[in-house]
Design a protein around this ligand. Sequence first.
Ligand code: NAD
Length: 312
Amino acid sequence: MKKDKILIIGACGQIGVELTLALRKIYGGANVVASDLREEHELLKGTGPYVSLDVMNKEMLHVLVIRHNITQVYLLAAILSATGEKNPLLAWHINMQSLLNVLDIAKEENLDKVYWPSSIAVFGPNSPKENTPQHTTIEPATVYGISKFAGERWCEYYHRHYGVDVRSLRYPGLISYKSAPGGGTTDYAIEIFHDALEHKQYTCFLSENTYLPMMYMPDAIRATIELMEADQQQISVRSSYNLGAMSFSPSEIGNEIKKHVPAFVMDYAPDYRQQIADSWPKSIDDSQARADWGWKPEYDLPKMVKDMLEHL
Ligand code: NAD
């Protein structure tokens, strides 16, 4: 068992629940402190310590880090893309201040490592759409993307100037069944499974040919842990790594689900989220992550759809 003491902020969200459970398996339940604004998630109960925390309260966060002898922080609290567009200033405030609070405490307390996810939302309408490279035009069109891009710059800054070992991944849309999604533009790829099973029908809020980069949650969790466990020398990107697995459109995932649920039908009613999706890449070049720390996804569309349907 390793000696690290980990704090997860935003542990009750779509990624937080699964990441907390995975880290508790590796480090031992008692060494992974889960925290969130919300009540403890059902799946976390009895698996390790839980504290109520508002990451915006820097003093409270600082006390928590000292009291629990925290050595690593995973910051997952954020306002996501679709929700962010409804309240841009709130999204900017929460996404930026939470990160600055964590980075600054990491610097002051000399923490071993910090993890903070960025997103494909950093790319904007002027970025190349196919196989979007690690380094390219980055002009995000959403407040969420702007906050992620600024956050990446802050991560690199804290690493370069203060030696904070902060690591980051630009997650694509994440698909999972254990905990509900939190208001992103790729949430359709989760809703579609629930509606296919319950109603045999789904009305998609994106148009049928909207291709977006996606990933199944087990791959995202493994990527996160592999990045955090990599040697310092393997990490050449201190802003955030491109990370890819698969790319599909609503009609492609619909057809894949239909192979297992023959009665399933789909129609389309694009809303404000179409514009967000249209500003994002269709697919991602993650060759830097593959070369630096050996990233390799396991799940493609058919394998993911089969596994989702088996678990729901
Ligand atoms: P989520 O919305 O499901 O979970 C976020 C959690 O943070 C929630 O449980 C929420 O209660 C908590 N939270 C919000 N404000 C807080 C505060 N002030 N103090 C403490 N906790 C607070 O989000 P998620 O999908 O799990 O995403 C986690 C991270 O990954 C975010 O940074 C997000 O931008 C990033 N990301 C997610 C996806 C995806 O598809 N899910 C894709 C790209 C990037």
